[in-house]
Design a protein around this ligand. Structure first.
Ligand SMILES: C[S@@+](CC[C@H](N)C(=O)[O-])C[C@H]1O[C@@H](n2cnc3c(N)ncnc32)[C@H](O)[C@@H]1O
Length: 263
């Protein structure tokens, strides 16, 4: 199996596979237990609803993220694209369909998210979604069978990809979830090829209080990017995204930073 992966792209070998999913980080039992994103009922079901069940909301709620990124995507036939914190894989799988000759990876730290992404986008399985907790009827979602995308478990702060190996690195609603956001940015820079593009959207919903001091106001992130060597091509620190909540139409509004950096 690993031979197929090394042909697919240049990277470190996984320490093990669970079902078809390569694990590039040895997540301990305690780390699994502590990770909120491993909670199937709360997190995987909600992410599935938000990203795979447009019919619940009458549209794809995060289309704005994709529209923000589109003008900065490369005009080549076979790009190497990584999404970090891909969750159930909507953004990166949409790009896999757009670039049938591309090599795409969705990376996440949650095995449960990756399992859902893998079964939906690669194995073509049907998913039964029960979001009755938010007032919706149970629905069935039909998966896809994409062959140019893989999903793997790794930490964004410790990526298994080689230096200068990727054309594009994406992340949405990830930076503020990291234990060390600055290390995450450094890794994104490291794996991008010179001229490669990072596209990042993040609210400021930090997991550690100390991150407010380091990263707020958002211009601090702008300076970190410059210091790392990025040329900032696009910067919007008032990028509003609405996350729908329930059948009543309630939403959470997230004031995000949307940025594009070129290596
Ligand atoms: C708020 S969700 C965002 C999911 C999706 N990108 C979106 O825009 O809705 C955060 C995701 O980042 C993942 N994550 C958290 N810490 C991570 C880390 N250190 N490295 C990679 N992924 C991580 C979580 O497992 C989860 O799937």
């Amino acid at each position: 199996m690993w031979l197929v992966f090394t042909i697919f792209t240049i990277m470190k070998a996984p320490t093990e596979f669970r079902l078809q999913i390569p694990l590039f980080y040895n997540k301990t039992k305690l780390e699994f237990q502590k990770d909120p994103y491993e909670r199937y009922d709360k997190m995987v079901v909600r992410q599935t609803a938000l990203h795979l069940a447009d019919e619940l909301w009458g549209k794809y709620p995060f289309q704005k993220t994709m529209d923000f990124a589109t003008p900065f995507l490369p005009d080549i036939d076979n790009p190497k694209i990584i999404e970090l914190g891909c969750g159930v894989g909507r953004w990166i799988a949409t790009l896999a369909m757009h670039y049938p000759n591309g090599q795409l990876w969705g990376i996440d730290y949650s095995y449960q998210m990756l399992k859902r992404a893998n079964e939906f986008w690669i194995e073509g399985k049907k998913v039964i979604l029960d979001l009755s907790v938010s007032g919706f009827p149970t629905i069935e979602l039909q998966g896809h069978q994409l062959s140019n995308i893989k999903f793997g478990l790794a930490k964004a702060e410790q990526l298994p990809f080689d230096d200068n190996s990727q054309d594009v690195v994406l992340s949405s609603f990830l930076l503020d979830r990291l234990e060390d956001p600055h290390q995450g940015l450094k890794e994104m820079y490291r794996i991008l090829r010179p001229g490669g593009t990072m596209i990042l959207i993040s609210p400021f919903n930090f997991i550690e209080n100390k991150h407010w001091k380091k990263y707020h106001p958002p211009i601090r992130i702008f300076h970190f990017l410059k210091d790392l060597g990025f040329e900032v091509e696009e910067w919007n620190d008032e990028f509003i995204l609405e996350e729908p909540l329930d059948v009543r139409g309630n939403v959470i509004g997230w004031k995000c930073v949307g940025l594009v950096g070129k290596k």
